[in-house]
Design a protein around this ligand. Sequence first.
Ligand SMILES: *[C@@H]1O[C@H](CO)[C@@H](O)[C@H](O)[C@H]1NC(C)=O
Length: 103
Amino acid sequence: MAKATALATLLMMVAAATLAVVPSPARAVCNMSSDQLMTCQPAAAATNPTPSPSADCCAALSTADLPCLCSYKNSPLLSLYDIDPDRAMQLPAECGLTMPANC
Ligand SMILES: *[C@@H]1O[C@H](CO)[C@@H](O)[C@H](O)[C@H]1NC(C)=O
């Protein structure tokens, strides 16, 4: 549990830092707010992912900047959110969206 607690603490710090710098309504990354990102987190989780993304997540992805998300594929930011990059990159397809080529 210590690791999970440390991760949760880190996550809150990241969220707080994000809220502090991004004007409301926050577009944290790639036209997705941190709230929207969190709707997708369970489906892309590195540990115990849900089988498919939620409707909220798909709605968020439909207005997200997908080419921009591609550039986050190898970002250490993903592990902060306990997100598995490969799973994350499959989410748009699971929502019926098309990822850009060369992603
Ligand atoms: C950004 O997201 C908002 C909704 O969250 C949407 O209305 C807007 O069209 C999006 N912008 C782009 C460039 O996709």
